[in-house]
Design a protein. Structure first.
Length: 278
């Protein structure tokens, strides 16, 4: 009977855990739906903004703006987007592995966005540029745009010669991919395709005004992608946990029924033996 009681206790424990994972799956599904809509709204805008910068730079006789020059400083700023919590499968670890791979052989400084990213780099005593954006989920459009201006200003002031963002691209509900993008310096556009602009302003002056906003916009787009990916990864992880819990409960119920049947058989045997003794 002690064995049966132990099995019943384990079944109850797994069922309690399953209630938690089911609730977390529902929350992740709800967040994922909203985050997916945000991603779909933000992608086109920043793609057009990036093309506009290329078009403006292409009409300049020489792309001599500071934003195209990455030769001044040897340092690289890595902006890493990770989650605020765990229980999301390989979401955080995949980002850290990619960032570590990209930083090999470089004089890296780090700007972590997300509690897990900040904990990861602080624990390893990495050179952290700023921790003002530690909580990914708490960031607003305004705070990220302000961060973009800080990042752009640091590049313009030669604090670093390259800016790379590492984040998780939201591909679909089931697929999320760790990716990176060189944010600064900007690539010098090819002069093959030029767009006519009705303006008397210096193209470099226009770029100097647009780039800080563009940097903030790309950071916000990466944040939206990362938040959607985190919810998708957590939803999949909790769904997998629920399936595993169901399998464990099924296996435990099988062991419980066998133990119960064995106990009943033993009782019947003892009764029959006692009757025969009489």
């Amino acid at each position: 009977m002690a064995g049966m009681n132990d099995i019943k206790a384990r079944i109850k424990s797994v069922e309690s855990t399953m209630q938690i994972t089911k609730a977390m799956e529902l929350v992740a599904t709800s967040k994922l739906r909203r985050a997916k809509e945000t991603v779909e709204r933000t992608r086109p805008f920043y793609q057009i903004l990036g093309k506009a910068i290329d078009d403006i730079a292409s009409i300049s006789e020489e792309a001599n703006s500071v934003w195209f020059d990455g030769s001044r400083s040897s340092k690289t700023l890595f902006i890493v987007f990770a989650g605020d919590r765990g229980l999301a499968g390989g979401y955080n670890s995949n980002i850290f592995k990619l960032a570590e791979k990209l930083s090999r052989g470089k004089e890296a400084i780090w700007l972590p966005i997300g509690k897990k990213a900040l904990e990861y780099y602080k624990h390893r005593n990495y050179d952290i540029y700023s921790d003002i954006s530690a909580n990914a989920a708490d960031q607003s459009v305004g705070s990220i745009l302000s961060l973009g201006k800080i990042v752009a200003e640091g590049f313009a002031n030669d604090s670093y010669g390259e800016v790379v963002i590492v984040f998780t691209e939201f591909v679909s509900m089931m697929t999320q991919k760790a990716v990176y993008e060189k944010l600064l310096p900007l690539d010098v556009p090819k002069a093959a395709e030029q767009t006519e602009f009705l303006t008397d302003c210096d193209p470099n002056e226009i770029i100097n005004q647009i780039v800080p906003e563009y940097v903030g916009g790309i950071l916000y787009s990466a944040l939206c992608e990362s938040l959607a990916s985190e919810s998708g990864a957590r939803r999949m992880a909790m769904n997998s946990a629920n399936k595993n819990a169901e399998e464990i409960i099924g296996s435990l119920m099988l062991h419980y029924n066998r133990a119960r049947q064995a106990a009943i058989t033993q009782e019947i045997t003892e009764i029959v033996s006692g009757a025969e003794a009489l």
